[in-house]
Design a protein around this ligand. Sequence first.
Ligand code: CP3
Length: 360
Amino acid sequence: MPDDASVLSPALRDSHFLRACRGEPSTRTPVWLMRQAGRYMKEYREVRAGRSFLELCKDAALAAEVTDYAQRRIDADAAIIFADILLILEALGLPLDYVAGDGPQFARRIAGAADVAALRSPAAAAADCTYVADAVRLCRARLPHDIPLIGFSGGPFTLAAYAIEGGASRACQATKALMWGEPAVFGRLCGILVEALIPYLRAQVAAGAQVLQIFESWAGHAATADYRLHVLPHLTTLVAALPRGVPVILFGAHSAHLLPLWREAGATVIGCDHQTDLAAAWQSLGGPGRIAIQGNLDPALLLAPRETLLSAADACVAAAGGRPGHIFNLGHGVAKETDVEQVVALIAHVHRRSARPMLG
Ligand code: CP3
């Protein structure tokens, strides 16, 4: 089990992306994009035709191919394994369906103590998801030697919210009602999630992922005090149980108020949404040298005229000031309406604009 960064090959260790995760200088700003493998890509739509999204996730060879293809097509500085944050919920006993146009939906949802008690064991759930680790292993063998592979999971609030709401939700009202009304039940649910996520993420690292990202996508719905009281202890337990030396990126949408808590939880890199001022957020977290930052171009800019896109990218690069520890990304995932040529142009542009001599 690679429990320590020293097992990295020199090409991976010195990659732009891992240097940035560690806050070390590099000769350009690394770029990858959330949802870089997805429906905006013609080749993805072709692979997806004739099989369901879940079938694709569970076919390790195809998931590895989709991941590898996307990295090469857009020249990203990292790959992220093709999977979904909701797979672990299915394995915990909540049957899942992706309904075209309506997003993910669960046939059963968590409404109280009895539903939490009826969940499958976390260890069994993680063991059921070994197809994700299998995809990581196959993908690691295909990727260029200097391109790190990111493993991922959802965060405790986001997964609890999906389980409680039964699908996407505007305001997470049922989630908050359970969190406030039955805090011990909510806590048990988060505890079970974390118990499943620890082996799930550790297996991804053992299979060849160099970095982990925790998508706490919906956490922004929670007020700071509620998140601190009801969620942060679980998140902290999760991060502390991950292999030492493996950078952990924490990301959420509309989450500026939670960034300091994620730093407290032990994140190595803080993901910044596009509503947030990246320079100010980085500074308030301690600034370059203290923590790395990822973000934060508005994904809708990929639908804007090319000059608008590229000048906004310049502004994002300028906000980080070329300082070590910036990973260029979007503030959320690539929209399915995006033209892949816009993505290719964006990444090439950021590579050019951020090129600098190695200092320090
Ligand atoms: O980033 C990547 O390229 C890796 C793959 C990835 C997917 N989902 C593939 C996917 C990752 C990292 C995710 C994470 C994920 N999944 C999140 C967190 C990120 C975020 O957006 O905040 C969330 C909330 C989910 C849950 C989920 N899965 C949603 C809301 C949807 C979209 C449903 C829809 O119809 O719009 C999915 C499905 C999904 N996950 C797709 C992909 C490529 C589309 C599935 C398809 O082919 O139809």
